[in-house]
Design a binder for this molecule. Structure first.
Ligand code: ISL
Length: 492
């Protein structure tokens, strides 16, 4: 992909938790538009907004009832157009979340299918379920009124579409055209590897021939999309799996970009991180692409909770220094931890349906603290999930005023990023075990995963650093430093 997204930093907005414009306690397009100056101040290149389509919200918008309209909860098409114009005015690109694997059970096609109409052919309907499991726990099949069974890889409210049908394919091309005509610059493609199912509904096998992940047919679908998108529109695959399988979606004639999710499962060790980075880079370079690095999103515990605050910020700086794009999850620029959401307030279908067996994702989805006031400047009403009192310390206004805050560290790094990391090459320099030194042109990134300080060989000028360290020649444990070549005065 030669589009704007190849090396971009994209800010992921969980729309219902960003900023509430109408006082109902749920973030919306008016709030998002009002908050754009803050996004621009951070210094990112664009925003990806989670689904705002018309939806009963059984999975917070990942259950779409109309792909070509905005849910009243978030605003309307006019509010969307105003948001895109305001984003573009500030030089920010707009990436929408596209949910092609499934629709809402309230989508007109599924309503008609339930009533026995020919639309049944647009879903996976069988007289008997097989052993496929839902990602949210339990069987992936639920009964229709006439006793037949329909497939849902996620919640029962999210029936899977049958992508073998030309009507489904055509309808999505129309959806792409619809949003492109409204000025959208890209799409994040939800469950990108899942669209094509084994026609015989074979039972689950292991390895590369899984009956509903990453099949050949799904790649054909994305080639048809690229024809509509043209070369410049970003599309990023949300697909989990080994790098060579997920990177296959990043071919220029397909989506062009894929998340490098396995960094999230990589241990805090220089050797392990280097292996993951090398494998991702190799898999992406093999298809002419670069990875889309990610530290957090709305489906996993926040980085500050998984790794601790120091390592979380260090990992942000480390990945921001690598060749490729970076997706920054809103709230991580404030160093937010996961919030404790009491079970009686749980909203996430994943934890509710699995009886708490699968992780509750609400903790990473709590509304953002803008100020340290009562409702944290997020809403004039009651936030849809409670904001912890201790989040006053994380409030955006405080952090913007504090040069040592997480926000300020990231802002400085983002303002230096594109001028500093100009080449797409990356080489590793020799370092002590536990320390990674990556070189790109005249700049180096140093990550210290060990428990001992590391003295920079040859010195350099520090451009950004994740820790509070003052000695420019020392990288402290759990710290990441960006530097350019050149001597620094030795401070012994
Ligand atoms: O999060 C995961 C692993 O930690 C995945 O299983 C995830 O559920 C999957 O990648 C798809 O996620 C996406 O589609 C879901 C929705 O609930 C998620 O929020 C979305 O990101 C169903 O549409």
């Amino acid at each position: 992909m030669s589009s704007w997204g190849r090396s971009a930093v994209v800010y992921q907005v969980y729309v219902r938790s960003f900023l509430d414009g109408d006082g109902d306690g749920v973030g919306d397009l008016a709030g998002l538009t009002a908050g754009l100056d803050a996004v621009a101040r951070l210094g990112v290149d664009g925003l990806w907004l989670t689904p705002v389509y018309r939806s009963p919200q059984a999975d917070h918008g990942y259950d779409v009832a109309d792909h070509r309209d905005v849910d009243p909860l978030f605003g309307d098409l006019a509010a969307f157009d105003a948001f895109v114009a305001a984003a573009h005015d500030r030089g920010l690109r707009v990436v929408m979340d596209l949910v092609p694997n499934h629709v809402s059970d309230q989508h007109p096609w599924f309503v008609a299918a339930q009533a026995g109409g020919p639309e049944r052919a647009l879903f996976h309907v069988r007289s008997q379920p097989n052993g496929w499991r839902s990602m949210f726990g339990g069987s992936a099949w639920s009964a229709m009124p006439d006793g037949d069974w329909y497939l849902h890889l996620f919640a029962p409210e999210q029936p899977d579409l049958n992508w073998a049908r030309p009507e489904v394919q055509e309808d999505f091309l129309e959806t792409l055209r619809f949003w492109l005509a409204r000025g959208v610059d890209g799409f994040r493609v939800d469950v990108a590897g899942g669209l094509a199912k084994e026609p015989s509904y074979a039972e689950v096998r292991s390895g590369a021939d899984h009956p509903h992940w990453d099949r050949t047919e799904v790649h054909e679908i994305y080639r048809s999309w690229r024809g509509v998108l043209g070369p410049d529109v970003l599309a990023v695959a949300e697909a989990w799996g080994p790098p060579e399988r997920t990177a296959a979606f990043a071919r220029a004639d397909e989506l062009g970009q894929a998340f490098a999710f396995d960094i999230l499962r990589t241990a805090w060790s220089a050797a392990a991180l280097r292996r993951t980075v090398d494998a991702q880079l190799a898999a992406h370079r093999a298809v002419g692409a670069l990875p889309a690095w990610v530290v957090g999103n709305h489906d996993i515990a926040r980085a500050a909770t998984r790794l601790g605050p120091d390592r979380a910020l260090a990992l942000h700086l480390f990945l921001l220094a690598l060749p490729g794009a970076f997706y920054l999850y809103a709230g991580d620029e404030l160093g937010l931890p996961d919030a404790e959401v009491p079970p009686e307030r749980w909203q996430d279908p994943q934890s509710l349906r699995s009886g708490g067996r699968l992780p509750n994702r609400d903790g990473a989805r709590v509304p953002l603290p803008w100020t340290s006031g009562d409702t944290f400047g997020f809403t004039t009403g009651e936030p849809w999930l409670p904001i912890p009192a201790e989040w006053a310390a994380y409030a955006r206004d405080r952090q913007e005023a504090d040069p040592s805050s997480t926000w300020s560290v990231l802002r400085r790094a983002l303002s230096a990023r594109s001028a500093l990391w100009t080449t797409e090459d990356l080489t590793w320099e020799d370092a002590r075990p536990g320390v990674l030194v990556g070189r790109r042109g005249a700049a180096r990134v140093v990550l210290n995963t060990s428990s001992r300080p590391w003295r920079l060989p040859g010195g350099g000028r520090v451009v950004a650093r994740s820790g509070p360290g003052e000695d420019p020649t020392i990288v402290t444990p759990s710290e990441c430093v960006w530097l350019t070549d050149g001597q620094v005065p030795f401070r012994g």
